[in-house]
Design a protein around this ligand. Structure first.
Ligand code: CAA
Length: 297
């Protein structure tokens, strides 16, 4: 890809660390073990969150087995490669560590500050931020040259794109490793500027913002969905907000509005969507039925 450094500079990845055990983190863990076949570590604030992530991963492996995508031995190998703990010292031998924690600059800086003294000096750090500045996330690192943005899309297993982001500090070895890892995961990687929303979320925040706006102007939700049909997108806007999670979508919207107040709606008020299940007719709305479940994410 344009801007990708020589892949010979890439560091060999033998163990992956994932910070977080939420929905994105669990999807990453499964993808990494399936595609790279290396040990993968997940951690979270407490054991119950770790257990929830592990349960999700095991469930997904069961589904792949039931579909005949994996035989029993392969499924067991994958299960054995994933380890969940709250003990951060276990990141010590990870050579590629990606965070998937709450989309808040302070939280992301904090988790990196905790693990940087534990990992090897040449281990690569990646952030799955979707809208924050990667440079700012790395501002407190002792070695910001090892940090890259590595932004996945939902559902992680099937979305073919990863946005890779470098900062002025990122060294070629880190960038090259990110491209080689992305390729190993079977994804297409593009190098985007370190600007709020990169490319994809800038476009999506526009779509989500206009869909929410239409709702507040009085157009019913299902009409808004129908009105998107001519665009031929694989999912309608509220289906997609449901998939991404309305809290995440709202947060991205706020970040974009803060960064570009003249271009994005402030207070798009996605939270009001949480009150919609009673007006959503199941089956007509496809996936737009998960608001209450989502509120617990
Ligand atoms: N997890 C794992 N696999 C999934 C899945 C999920 N949640 N949903 C669907 N799949 C798989 C299916 O198992 C199926 O795989 P096989 O062909 O191997 O059996 C394949 O995807 C296609 O699924 P379906 O035939 O059931 O459904 P579909 O043709 O309607 O496709 C879709 C489903 C791929 C999700 C499609 O609707 C799509 O592309 N939607 C758009 C998604 C999108 O725009 N994502 C970006 C969100 S924004 C984001 O994530 C960024 C952010 O930072 C907020």
């Amino acid at each position: 890809p344009v801007g990708a450094p020589d892949k010979a500079l890439a560091k060999k990845v033998t163990k992956v660390g994932i910070i977080g055990a939420g929905l994105m983190a669990s999807q990453f863990a499964l993808l990494f073990v399936r595609k790279l076949q290396v040990p993968v570590l997940i951690t979270d604030l407490d054991q119950s969150r770790v257990d929830k992530g592990l349960a999700y991963i095991n469930d997904e492996i069961d589904k792949l087995e039931a579909k005949g995508r994996l035989d029993g031995d392969a499924a067991n190998r994958l299960r054995a490669l994933i380890h969940g703990t709250t003990d951060k010292t276990e990141y010590a031998d990870c050579d590629f560590v990606i965070e998937a924690v709450f989309e808040e600059i302070g939280v992301k800086q904090q988790v990196f500050a905790e693990i940087e003294p534990i990992i090897a000096e040449d281990a690569i750090l990646a952030t799955n931020t979707s809208s924050l500045s990667v440079e700012e996330i790395g501002a407190k690192l002792a070695h910001p040259e090892r940090l890259v943005g590595f932004h996945f899309f939902n559902p992680v297993a099937v979305m073919p794109l990863i946005e890779i982001v470098k900062t002025p500090a990122t060294k070629d070895a880190a960038l090259s490793t990110a491209f080689v890892v992305a390729r190993g995961l079977g994804k297409n990687a593009v190098l985007t500027a370190d600007a709020p929303g990169f490319v994809v979320n800038r476009l999506l925040a526009k779509v989500f913002g206009e869909a929410a706006r239409a709702l507040y102007e009085g157009t019913p939700l299902l009409t808004v969905e129908k009105a998107f049909e001519p665009l031929g997108l694989p999912m309608k806007p509220f289906q997609l907000i449901d998939l991404v999670g309305w809290k995440v979508a709202a947060h991205v919207q706020d970040t974009m509005a803060n960064a570009f107040p003249e271009r994005f709606y402030a207070n798009a008020n996605f939270h009001a969507l949480a009150e919609l299940p009673q007006v959503v007719e199941k089956d007509k709305a496809g996936r737009v039925t998960g608001w209450t479940k989502d509120a617990q994410r």
